[in-house]
Design a protein around this ligand. Structure first.
Ligand code: SR1
Ligand code: MG
Length: 404
């Protein structure tokens, strides 16, 4: 719920001011039983925001405050960033809760002036990237993410939502500054000799070859154009494995601050790429194929398609919905775009500004180089061959061919 308590203008919280804020909010909302004794710790390890963990040492209850900073934390104050992203994130979580309530954290309170969202504490969960690096397995993950993608995408698209209302909703989710980050860091800079790039010296020759590959650049340009122009559905916008919390049984998708009306295949592509980055790292470390992660990818795509088709059959917002071949056409273009986006994500995580621990933490230099080269090769393959990669089995086969 969005509740306003008397606040002044924006200032970044400290652990002390976060406690003071919640004590005041507690008087209004009764968040913790009286008496309470709050303790707070800043635990954010992401690129952009503060995350405060607040717990009541008397009742043991806890919550999270996420606060946007007016700049990108990963770079510093030289990279200013809109605070409005906090509102977009909270509203995207609330929108997702309408269709997949069990797959997102519960939003308790928002404050636009302070750019904060108070939400359910997921401290019992692990960030998926960390869990995968530690070798954990998540049997429900593919089903959960496939369901999340089908429901959030379908219900915000012109097939599942009133077509006039979409035009109003998409204005609320106009997110130019965060989209620009993706346009630059995912779709542009890694394909040029740009100063935001960050890659190891041992990759210089490989990267130079990639920059000279005109076929690859033309296809990357087309994918960037799709990202810039295709407003199909309300997407998460940054669905990598750091944006997913997991336990052995449960899954929660977090951090939709990049949400906007964009291409329906983008979230699927990013998720597949980040699972593959983990597979690539494991293959480099112990030279084995990791079929359980392939299974997660297969299940994600299969459940996504099944759920999307079910929703399609039961909704009648669009006159052409029963037309033979239409749903398969839509799913085909979503998958083709997803494969291309996955390729861009694989490449940017090696050449670009924002890396992933799955690869960077490989301590053996030769193995790390092998993983980095595999990611670049697989990314290029996905981008160039995406129109011929029509099924998830073909995508897995392409991956195995590169990693063998
Ligand atoms: C400056 S932000 C760098 C990256 O972190 C976010 O999670 C997005 O993936 C962005 O590209
Ligand atoms: Mg994030």
């Amino acid at each position: 719920m969005s509740t306003s308590i008397a606040t002044t203008s924006y200032e970044p919280f400290t652990e002390e001011t976060a406690i003071a804020y919640i004590e005041k909010l507690n008087q209004k909302l009764g968040l913790f039983p009286a008496p309470s004794l709050l303790i707070c710790k800043e635990i954010g390890d992401g690129n952009l925001n503060y995350v405060f963990h607040l717990s009541d040492s008397l009742s043991g209850q806890s919550l999270i405050i996420k606060q946007a900073l007016p700049y990108a934390k990963v770079v510093g104050e030289s990279w200013p960033l809109t605070l409005r992203r906090a509102k977009i994130e909270a509203e995207a979580l609330q929108k997702a809760a309408e269709t997949v309530p069990s797959l997102v954290p519960n939003v308790i309170h928002t404050d636009d002036d302070l750019a904060i969202t108070v939400m359910e504490d997921l401290s019992d969960y692990t960030i998926l990237r960390k869990g995968l690096i530690d070798g954990e397995t998540y049997p429900n993950l593919g089903r959960h993410i496939g369901t999340y993608l089908a429901k959030t995408i379908f219900h915000s698209s012109p097939f599942g939502e009133n077509q006039q209302e979409i035009k109003e909703i998409s204005v609320r989710f106009t997110n130019p500054e965060l989209c620009k980050i993706t346009e630059d860091l995912v779709f542009t800079d890694p394909f040029f000799d740009h100063d935001t790039n960050d890659f190891e010296d041992h990759l210089k020759d490989t990267v130079n070859e990639l920059w000279k590959n005109e076929e690859l650049k033309l296809e990357a340009a087309k994918l960037k154009y799709i990202f810039l122009t295709k407003s199909e559905a309300l997407i998460h916008g940054d669905l990598h494995t750091g944006s997913v919390f997991v336990t052995a049984e449960e899954t929660k998708v977090i951090d939709p601050e990049f949400a906007f009306y964009g291409p329906a295949g983008f979230d699927l592509g990013l998720f597949i790429a980040n699972i593959l980055l983990n597979t690539i790292s494991k293959t480099a470390i112990d030279e084995q194929q990791h079929s359980d992660l392939y299974q997660t990818i297969i299940e994600t795509v299969e459940v996504f398609k099944e759920e999307y088709k079910k929703l399609w059959q039961n909704h009648h917002v669009e006159a052409f919905i029963q037309t033979e071949g239409y749903v398969d056409y839509m799913l085909g273009t979503i998958f083709e775009d997803a494969v291309g986006f996955a390729g861009c994500e694989l490449i940017r995580r090696i050449i670009g500004l924002a890396h992933v621990a799955d690869i960077d933490n490989i301590s053996d230099c030769q193995k790390r180089l092998y993983a980095q080269q595999n990611a670049l090769q697989l990314g290029s393959t996905f981008i160039i061959k995406r129109r011929n990669i029509r099924t998830i089995d073909q995508l897995i086969q392409e991956t195995k061919d590169v990693l063998k």
